[in-house]
Design a protein around this ligand. Structure first.
Ligand code: DX5
Ligand code: ZN
Length: 218
């Protein structure tokens, strides 16, 4: 689709006021609420679990876009589904049976997403296109907000967009990491339609969220 969706990553929100922050970015025009789940094992940071997702659910009706950076992931899918996730994205690198994991997400009634680290080639997607609603291209190495955009990922975004179109599928192509007003233009031109933005959304505090989100749409 041509419409650009903005998914603020609440990793850059004030964790002491998470409910208010989710409400604020919802009102400021966020399309999805991007929730980064890290386990200190698959990635070198620890964030939040399913109980926090559940606690946030009453604060917004927007799509909860849950990015799982955890391994193993299969034992936790049901908890994240029950917590109110809409999209559940897993890393292709995080487990040996990605196809099974994506099927499990679909069987829980949720939209499956697949994420690729910067060093992972798009070819791993070849037998998964039919099984996903979202493809996430990481444009930083996962673990932290506020890192710089890795330019080589633009080629990957272009290649995946071409493949989605050739197959005639309706799949969100999401980019996560180092997205700001400048890199947003580049990822949109490359074919992404969902932009995750942590620091670029939350900088300046609540009074700036609407302006920040609008600027990212280009
Ligand atoms: C990184 C997370 C990102 C991160 C993006 O592992 O997946 O969602 O919060 O933060 P920014 O937009 O600040 O690069
Ligand atoms: Zn993320």
């Amino acid at each position: 689709s041509n419409t650009i969706k903005i998914a603020p990553s609440i990793l850059s929100a004030d964790f002491a006021k998470l409910g208010e922050e989710v409400r604020a970015v919802d009102l400021a025009g966020a399309d999805y609420i991007h929730i980064d789940v890290m386990d200190g094992h698959y990635v070198p940071n620890i964030t939040i679990g399913p109980d926090v997702v559940k606690a946030l659910r009453p604060h917004s009706d927007k799509v909860f876009d849950v990015h799982l950076m955890i391994a193993p992931v299969d034992p936790y899918l049901e908890a994240f589904a029950n917590a109110g996730s809409d999209i559940i994205t897993v890393h292709a690198e995080a487990g040996p049976h990605t196809h099974r994991t994506l099927q499990a997400i679909r069987n829980l009634g949720k939209k499956p997403g697949i994420s690729l680290n910067p060093s992972t080639p798009e070819s791993v997607l070849e037998y998964l296109y039919e099984d996903v609603n979202l493809i996430l291209v990481m444009s930083v190495n996962p673990g932290f907000g506020g890192q710089s955009f890795i330019t080589s990922q633009l080629r990957k975004i272009e290649a995946i967009r071409k493949r989605i179109e050739a197959l005639g599928l309706d799949i969100d192509l999401q980019v996560d990491g180092g997205v700001n007003v400048e890199t947003a233009k580049q990822v949109i031109a490359a074919g992404a339609n969902v932009l995750v933005a942590g620091s670029a959304t939350f900088k300046g505090g609540p009074s700036k969220y609407a302006e920040n989100i609008k600027a990212l749409r280009g």
